[in-house]
Design a protein around this ligand. Sequence first.
Ligand SMILES: [Zn+2]
Length: 306
Amino acid sequence: MRFSYWFPIIPLNIKVEEIVDGIELFRIDNFATKILSKFAGNYEYATFYIIDKSVMFDTGFAWSARSLKKYFNENKNYSIEKIVISHAHEDHYGNAVLMQDFFPDAKVLAHKKAIKEIKYPKQKSFYRYFIFGPDIPIDVEILEDKTISTNHRDLEVVFTPGHTPGHIVLYDKQNRVLLSGDLFISEDVDTQLHEVNGMDWIRSLEDILRLDLDYILDGHGKILKSNECQNSLCRKMEYLKVINMKVVSEIEKGPISEKELLVSVFNDSSLVNKYTMREGWMSAITGGDFSRSHLVRSFIKSYLDR
Ligand SMILES: [Zn+2]
């Protein structure tokens, strides 16, 4: 029997909560994902949003298909017209095909820089398959519209590269709500996948900081309200800027190895830091797939390309 027929062994729960009038947050978890989330920085394993019953922003990961099927079979009051993918990571696009089975007229849309990864997904490491599920190629189309409209609101599409090259967020200007995908995640996240670009991320945060915001609805379940929005985004931007400053100050002194650079930039003396060669504990458990080097390398590249 194929692994994918019986996994996950512990069924996943879907919890739906209306955060702002007409915007529903879907949380997907079980006992095992809660433990993983606890260790992975305390943010939710996977979430997505449905706006005014008609626009879906992200879809969760493929292992949750069984639970999603059950939910949408029991709740027939949705009429999804558009499935917008924030970026090309499988915990965000993993159920797009399933959702198209439920809503055959729904288009799956993503930024043009995310299309290749979503339509023709690369073979990923086994741990990613294990925690998120099989990568199902999706007939995704380029999101050309600057605005996505429902019966009740307009959602501005804002290009926010950094976490990945093709990352977008949706902004409800009238209600001052930002659906932020993985733009935020947490203030001090520095272990990232190879496609991260720190300078782009800083610029995207600068763009978003110019918006009026009462709510940030993050792609991993964090809800930021009123002043928290600006403050948290500012702190995140500063965190990245400080890393960049340290990298630049070191490389301007002359040639330096990546290992020496990491020691100098991430110089706290915690045991985890020491035992992971400054790469962060996520690097240790993902075999270097997630690492601080990726972020540091992106800052070096931006410095050399300036
Ligand atoms: Zn992501």
